[in-house]
Write a protein that binds this ligand. Structure first.
Ligand code: MRU
Length: 350
């Protein structure tokens, strides 16, 4: 099995998701700015994986800092955190990881007496914390899988969108983790993967990852989903999330909302699998979730080749918001949340 991201002596090593499925190559980021650029360019993507990368990027920046005083180190921490925070706005795991690293940083500084000890301890402790975020994420995904597997049919076809698999997380996956757990429990699950225009995470990443794991997968284009649902070919839809608001509204890859509406129309359950680090209780509803607008060139071109007339206007919102009324259940590491979401999601954190 591949490793999505890992901490090495040389830097932060990640599988280059822009090159899959043609090539399985790894990139080592030796500077926090390189980690930030890898997140921005989607060398690494998927909300939980972005969170892990953010943690490792901060650890790398602080480890390599030339700061001679604690004040200098603190200022540098903020520069690093700011650079990392400006990469992708929607996935809340990024900000969750930055906050967690800042808290550990401050706590570590406070626990030491001398300036030298403070700086040395902070450097070591942040590397440890980043690795902890990775290890926890894998365990969290496995727990999500255990809770979600029971929701899937004994035999049937499950539709997923984008990539919410091992590639989008520290490993195992959220939505694909639920599918993996169901398959491991002996269920006969087939997966339909939406290709996921325009970045093709479904075609390039989900299809690659599931095929590698010998889970039967059929690729469809996004606009085929309604057809298969209407003909009884889909028994459940399961997706990940980039941010879940306090009321249960779900921001996920563009096209998710369309699927949720189609699922309701066809009486198919629509599940969202996500860790607590994706739930943002400070955002009251989906209207407040910032939606990343990426380059229209990702719509008008593929691999540098134009697929539309030159100079044509195009838009590229990378995410949409599914109102909570379309969500059958949210699967987390602490169990399921169903409507009424405001109370149920809050209770998961208790
Ligand atoms: O733009 P991406 O590829 O980072 O978007 C990823 C998604 O929308 C995933 O579905 C989401 O992050 C959940 S990943 C477990």
């Amino acid at each position: 099995m591949f490793k999505t991201i890992e901490w090495t002596e040389d830097g932060v090593r990640m599988i280059d998701q822009t090159r899959l499925p043609a090539e399985e190559v790894y990139r080592t980021c030796r500077d926090y700015r390189e980690v930030a650029e890898a997140i921005r360019a989607m060398v690494i993507r998927g909300a939980p994986a972005i969170g892990v990368a953010a943690g490792m990027g901060i650890a790398l920046g602080v480890k390599d800092s030339a700061a001679r005083t604690v004040a200098e180190l603190r200022a540098e921490f903020e520069t690093i955190a700011d650079t990392i925070s400006k990469t992708r706005p929607t996935a809340v795991n990024l900000f969750w990881a930055v906050k967690r690293m800042r808290e550990v940083f401050e706590k570590t500084l406070a626990a030491q007496a001398s300036e030298t000890d403070k700086r040395a301890a902070a450097r070591a402790r942040l590397v440890e914390e980043a690795q902890r975020i990775l290890a926890e994420d894998i365990a969290v995904n496995q727990a999500i899988g255990r809770h979600g597997a029971a929701l899937l049919p004994e035999a049937g076809t499950v539709l997923t969108h984008c990539n919410a698999g091992a590639l989008a997380t520290g490993g195992y996956g959220t939505a694909l983790g639920v599918i993996r757990a169901a398959v491991a429990a002996g269920k006969k699950i087939k997966v339909f993967a939406d290709e996921t225009r325009p970045f093709l995470q479904g075609a390039r990443l989900t299809a690659w990852e599931l095929a590698k794991d010998n889970i039967p997968v059929t690729l469809i284009t996004d606009n085929m989903a309604g057809h298969f649902m209407q003909r009884g070919g889909i028994q459940a839809v399961i997706v990940g999330a980039d941010r879940i608001a306090a009321n249960g509204d779900v921001a996920n890859k563009i096209g998710t909302y369309t699927l949720a509406v189609l699922a309701k129309e066809n009486s198919i359950p629509f599940y969202v699998a996500a860790p607590l680090s994706t739930i943002d209780l400070n955002t009251s509803s989906g209207d407040e979730i910032p939606i990343e607008e990426r380059s229209p060139r990702e719509v008008t071109h593929w691999a540098g080749v134009p697929t539309a007339p030159e100079g044509i206007e195009a838009r590229h919102p990378a995410f949409d918001v599914t109102p909570h009324r379309y969500v059958t259940a949210i699967i987390t590491e602490r169990g399921l949340a169903r409507a009424p979401y405001t109370a149920r999601l809050k209770a998961l954190f208790a």
